[in-house]
Design a protein around this ligand. Structure first.
Ligand SMILES: *Cc1c(COP(=O)(O)O)cnc(C)c1O
Length: 331
């Protein structure tokens, strides 16, 4: 389908406008030289303009659109102590007048560093569960929800770290935004490198790219899961988006994108030798920051794929998803 047709479909879903969009698409001449690319670009989704910025602003535009349609008055969201999602959701709630409950790992009275400080400043209610697993946090969110309902509130739970059908639709929208910017650049961007945690961002980009005829080669760089695991997660998020939009993803994941799981090392939040070096190097090259959990691993993957010839040396685009605040807790 044509990009305009997809844009119309997304408009019909409806979102809450939270971000400062479109984000800039900039050239990265110094990074390009360093990685041996002819031309390199960065899509600055670290500058989405709400709270500390980052990809979760786009996810939340559609997720909170859903919450508004359901008449919610309070949002419940959970994550690790340095969750970027939780910090940004707290800002989104402050801005739109929603109550906000964050269910976090971490102990009572933690050092107010990185996102924890930002969480506190928004006035969100923060509940610390200690070092429990995701499943336990999810169960606790359901308990908070039941308690709020019993008190006459209308709570809305954000599931799966915002990597849901609605969350992914935020990135379908983003793909159309990049496509439009790229048209005015005479289509110089050819490939996109994107971090993939739970795979919501990647799912949205891949689905939209596929629907409009694959103008880009997309490389999701896994920051946590093996390729088969991530593929499964992206498939189920796309299935949710298909359901919302009423349009099928008619391709094989293998054809629609190039998932790589070679760069995550010890897993989520554990830096690698290469990611650490990339963090140190990057700010010296381009004058803005990447961090160890998502963006540095993606940048390492991008350099390696350019070197190995997996993508063309022309027009590689690094999709910066933010995470700036968590950098303070990584050193
Ligand atoms: C959440 C997050 C991601 C990963 O998004 P998924 O949709 O879970 O794959 C990437 N980068 C940053 C900075 C994030 O906060």
């Amino acid at each position: 389908m044509k990009p305009q047709e997809l844009r119309k479909m997304l408009q019909d879903v409806g979102k809450l406008s939270l971000g400062l969009l479109p984000t800039p698409l900039q050239e990265m001449p110094n990074a390009a030289r360093e990685m041996g690319a002819a031309t390199a670009y960065v899509k600055r989704d670290d500058l989405t303009g709400l709270g500390p910025g980052g990809n979760k602003v786009r996810n939340l535009e559609y997720i909170l659109g859903d919450a508004a349609r359901m008449g919610a008055d309070t949002v419940i969201v959970s994550g690790p102590a340095q969750s970027n999602l939780c910090a940004i959701a707290a800002c989104a709630c402050a801005k739109t007048g929603l109550g906000c409950v964050l269910v976090l790992n971490g102990q009572e009275n933690p050092a107010m560093t990185g996102n924890l400080l930002l969480d506190r400043l928004t006035g969100a209610e923060v509940i610390y569960l200690g070092p429990v697993k995701k499943e336990e946090r999810n169960a606790y969110m359901q308990k908070v929800k039941a308690d709020l309902e019993a008190a006459g509130k209308r709570p809305y739970v954000i599931e799966n770290g915002a990597s849901t059908g609605y969350g992914a639709i935020g990135y379908m929208d983003a793909l159309l935004e990049l496509d439009m910017q790229n048209n005015s650049l005479k289509n110089k961007v050819k490939s996109i490198f994107i971090p993939a945690g739970n795979g919501g961002v990647a799912a949205g980009l891949v689905f939209a790219n596929d629907l409009i005829g694959r103008p880009f080669q997309i490389v999701p760089v896994s920051t946590e899961f093996t390729k088969p695991e991530l593929t499964g997660k992206m498939r189920s998020i796309i299935a949710e988006a298909e359901e919302i939009l009423g349009v099928p993803f008619a391709s094989d994941m293998e054809d629609a994108c190039h998932i790589t799981d070679e760069y995550y090392g010890g897993g989520w939040g554990i830096d690698t030798k290469e990611s650490r070096k990339a963090v140190e190097q990057f700010a010296k090259l381009e004058g803005f920051y990447i961090e160890n959990i998502y963006t540095a691993k993606t940048f390492v993957g991008m350099c390696d794929c350019v070197k190995k010839g997996i993508v063309d040396k022309e027009g590689v685009c690094f999709w910066h998803t933010g995470g700036f605040a968590s950098l303070f807790a990584q050193y």
